[in-house]
Ligand binder design. Structure first.
Ligand SMILES: Nc1ncnc2c1ncn2[C@@H]1O[C@H](COP(=O)(O)OP(=O)(O)OP(=O)(O)O)[C@@H](O)[C@H]1O
Length: 333
């Protein structure tokens, strides 16, 4: 069942066409990653999803209703904007208790509900500290906690890890992963880091110029984006690596091969990768091997063109995508 349906939506700000005939749908319980260059239209889309803005044309349905149609949808759909601030003199528990009161969580359930959310977002130990002393990452997780009050059906998170350090990002990822695994909440998540979307999301949509450039299950996008994998081998000596590189270079399934010291890297198709490993293993002692599959980055370049790659936000995009690229390696059998 679709919990979100966006049909042919357009939205302009004066002369700027922020969304231009965008359509997408999201199934209940999915985790959707929304990726796009700066100004692609992600925040505009999110504001339409939570009823903070109306489309000029097209229709939006979230949790079975038009998001601008009163409070019912807003009760079930929560938005964590990129920057959410809290009164510094209150504690995390007080802030969540306030939200629980506002969201009409019954008085007798409130303390338990708040305690559960504090655990979910990893703030149980800091619950009674003033939020003025919280780190940026703790603040962001408290923001997510406030969005979880009252058990919404849909969470819309606008670049929730932007500006966090690696520990903060990891902690936030763990919370999103546990929500995705343990609840039926639908999460829509924008990010400039493709690796993050690859790691956390079941579905991805790439937005360019206010339209959907490509969309689908993350696994499918990843595999469809490029039809080659990289096989990396570590051999016992430089001489062996040199000979193995020559053999691989002669193999018709290998499109390119390179060597650095005792390490050899070859590009081939996913179906040929393991046959090649076996063939090399018959002639040489392999210390280690690794087969790397293409990442979402390739899907992005295919969807919006390589020329847009400088607009993806920061160097961390490439680094994060690289870090999350699927590896399967180890000792040969
Ligand atoms: N209130 C506004 N007034 C005028 N133009 C706007 C307004 N909000 C957004 N825009 C423009 O609409 C386009 C889409 O903006 P939007 O914020 O939706 O993009 P985004 O994908 O979220 O970008 P970013 O990744 O930089 O946050 C941009 O060209 C932006 O400058």
């Amino acid at each position: 069942m679709n919990v979100i349906d966006v049909d042919d939506v357009s939205k302009a700000y004066g002369d700027v066409q922020a969304l231009d005939g965008l359509s997408l749908s999201v199934e209940q319980g999915a985790t959707l990653g929304v990726f796009g260059t700066n100004g692609a239209g992600k925040t505009t889309l999110f504001k339409l999803l939570v009823g903070l803005n109306r489309p000029d044309a097209g229709s939006v349905s979230v949790a079975g209703a038009d998001p601008t149609d009163g409070t019912t949808v807003r009760e079930r759909v929560r938005y964590l904007p990129e920057h959410a601030g809290f009164p510094p003199s209150l504690t995390g528990r007080e802030i969540l208790s306030f939200h629980a009161r506002m969201r009409s969580v019954p008085r007798e359930d409130r303390a338990h509900h708040v305690e559960r959310i504090l655990h979910t977002v990893g703030l149980a130990d800091a619950a009674d500290r003033r939020v003025g002393g919280y780190s940026n990452g703790m603040n962001r997780r408290l923001g997510l906690g406030t969005a979880l009050v009252g058990e919404p059906a849909v969470l819309i998170l606008d670049e929730p890890t932007a500006g966090l350090d690696p520990d903060g990002i990891r902690a936030f990822h763990e919370v999103v992963e546990s929500l995705a695994a343990e609840t039926d909440v639908t999460i829509v998540f924008s990010s400039h880091a493709l690796g993050e979307i690859q790691r956390l999301c079941s579905e991805a949509v790439i937005i360019a110029d206010g339209q959907v450039a490509t969309a689908g299950p993350v696994e499918e996008l990843r595999r469809a984006a490029a039809d080659e994998v990289t096989v990396s081998l570590s051999l016992a000596s430089e001489a062996a690596a040199s000979d193995a590189a020559t053999d691989l270079g002669d193999h018709e399934a290998v499109s390119s091969v390179s060597r650095s010291g005792a390490a050899v890297t070859a590009r081939t198709t996913p179906t040929d990768a393991y046959d090649l490993l076996t063939a090399v293993g018959e002639g040489y002692d392999i210390d280690r091997f690794e087969v790397r599959e293409p990442g979402l980055e390739a899907a992005f370049h295919e969807a919006v063109g390589a020329d847009d790659s400088d607009d993806t936000g920061s160097d961390s995009t490439a680094a994060a995508a690289e870090a999350a690229t699927e590896d399967s390696g180890g000792e040969p059998a």
